[in-house]
Design a protein around this ligand. Structure first.
Ligand SMILES: [Fe+2]
Ligand SMILES: [Fe+2]
Length: 477
């Protein structure tokens, strides 16, 4: 890679990349490192595949989702900001009513950089976590979908790196390099947030991850989309359009597994998990245990219920609440209180704290509302099959490592447990080695015949971009 490459052309963008020499030089340095990272840590053995992917080439409705066969290392990772809103004002905090910032205010430089780095770090992390899954895909359709998610997480990294390079000078460049150096699960140099260092060992875990953990991403992006730092807000607004597909992959992925299991159970009139497993589908209690795990580690991503950092971000206008602009209140939270819940006298009890300090808890609760609706939709498959089993979200205090509940053992029903009770119960509540081994045994090879699906998952209702289900979504060459 030499300096003669025209990055303005190579990198689709609506930020006038070609005119900014400093930025060009920064990207000339970073881009080859990124490609090196993709080769090392991107989807295994996928280099020569032609994948039917959508690529954003502009933010206009007809330009943001162009479908074609692409070799992933040649994917055009572009830089797009949603169009600016004329006279946009900061909508919350002490700067409420002032014009949004188009450059980084000096006094907020370090917290803004921290928010951007923390968000940016999750993007390559999930690609690393999912690296091996292409080797055991249940269909070409699903293979294409995971690759789509992977290249878009790559683009989200680009989005954050653009901000670092463009607005944060030398420290920004250093942070952009560090984003390619940390590794998910690495002992010495791990990714910043816990859930992004957990393995994603199989496709059930992948769908749970995209349903639960990508959705944390959606809520974080949505609150950053309210930011008074306008380039960050506009970047996040465009990222959210891509994130919707990731949620879709997760929700329908788990839904199709649940549907397949429920159908097999109904057809054979069996409910015993061992018998269900004997028929080569994933028993519902195992799905519940995966759900418990991914839900609880994702709740930790919202941080401590009470957080002075979150209060500062809000007060300064850096990070809003979910759908801040649509909320009907003072947007300053001078008086409001919020119930965060805590353990008191051996029970889970409500606890009111100033709403300003409880913004993490509030974002988490907004998130819980949305995931509950998804779980309800999964249950419909079980209901339709005439089975009594229901998937449920465990209590928000269950299996937590961060916040008020981290020092307690809470059952899925919300009861405070002794160490012994937890020891005994957690085996039934969280996936065991045996569960992982069983799920793995179903996913030992990949299904790549067009239109064919692994036995443990139902086909989707429709294909991608109105293509048929037996479309050649990936060509292996
Ligand atoms: Fe992302
Ligand atoms: Fe995502």
């Amino acid at each position: 890679m030499t300096g003669s490459v025209n990055y303005g052309d190579r990198i689709p963008n609506n930020v006038d990349l070609g005119r900014d020499r400093v930025l060009q030089r920064a990207l000339e340095h970073w881009q080859p490192q990124y490609i090196g990272w993709w080769y090392d840590m991107g989807p295994a053995e996928s280099r020569g595949y032609d994948v039917y992917l959508r690529t954003a080439i502009s933010v206009e409705p007809e330009g943001w989702a162009v479908f074609d066969y692409v070799k992933m290392p040649d994917y055009r990772w572009g830089i797009f900001l949603a169009p600016p809103e004329a006279d946009r004002a900061i909508n919350f905090g002490v700067n409420k009513g002032r014009q949004v910032w188009s450059e980084v205010p000096g006094e907020y430089r370090s917290p803004l950089r921290r928010l951007i780095v923390t968000q940016g770090d999750t993007e390559p992390a999930s690609v690393e976590q999912q690296r091996m899954l292409g080797m055991s895909c249940p269909s070409l359709y699903d293979l294409r979908n995971i690759y789509q998610v992977n290249v878009e997480e790559g683009r989200h990294l680009w989005a954050m790196v653009y901000l670092l390079h463009r607005y944060f000078g030398r420290d920004g460049r250093e942070e952009a390099e560090a984003l390619l150096e940390r590794r998910s699960g690495d002992e010495d140099n791990p990714r910043i947030l816990g859930a992004f260092n957990e393995p994603t060992p199989d496709w059930l875990a992948f769908y749970m991850f995209t349903f639960f953990t990508d959705r944390d991403g959606k809520f974080q992006l949505a609150s950053l989309a309210e930011s008074g730092f306008d380039p960050l807000a506009r970047t996040c607004r465009f990222m959210l359009t891509e994130e919707a597909h990731h949620m879709f992959v997760g929700e329908t992925g788990v839904g199709r597994i649940v549907q397949r299991t429920a159908d097999v159970m109904a057809e054979h009139k069996i409910e015993n998990p061992d018998q269900v497993r004997d028929l080569g589908v994933i028993d519902l209690p195992t799905i519940q245990r995966y759900l418990n795990f991914h839900y609880s580690v994702t709740l930790d991503l919202f941080g401590s219920e009470v957080s002075s950092n979150a209060a500062t971000f809000f007060t300064n206008g850096l990070k809003g609440r979910y759908h801040e602009t649509a909320i009907q209140d003072d947007h300053v939270l001078a008086e409001a209180m919020y119930d965060v819940g805590d353990v008191a006298g051996g029970n889970v009890a409500s606890k009111d704290v100033p709403a300003l300090s409880a913004l993490n808890a509030r974002l988490r609760d907004d998130y819980i509302g949305e995931v509950q609706a998804g779980v309800d939709r999964w249950n419909r498959h079980i209901e339709h099959a005439g089975l009594p089993y229901r998937l449920t979200l465990p209590h928000k205090g269950f299996h937590r490592a961060i916040g008020y509940f981290a020092d307690h053992h809470i059952s899925p029903e919300g009861r405070v447990l002794t160490d012994d009770e937890w020891e005994r119960g957690s085996r039934a509540w969280l996936p065991s080695e045996r569960d992982y081994a069983f799920v793995q045994s179903l996913m030992s090879g990949r299904v790549v015949e067009p239109g064919k699906f692994a036995n443990w998952i139902a086909p989707p209702r429709t294909g991608i971009n109105r293509q048929p289900l037996d479309f050649q979504y990936v060509r292996f060459n």
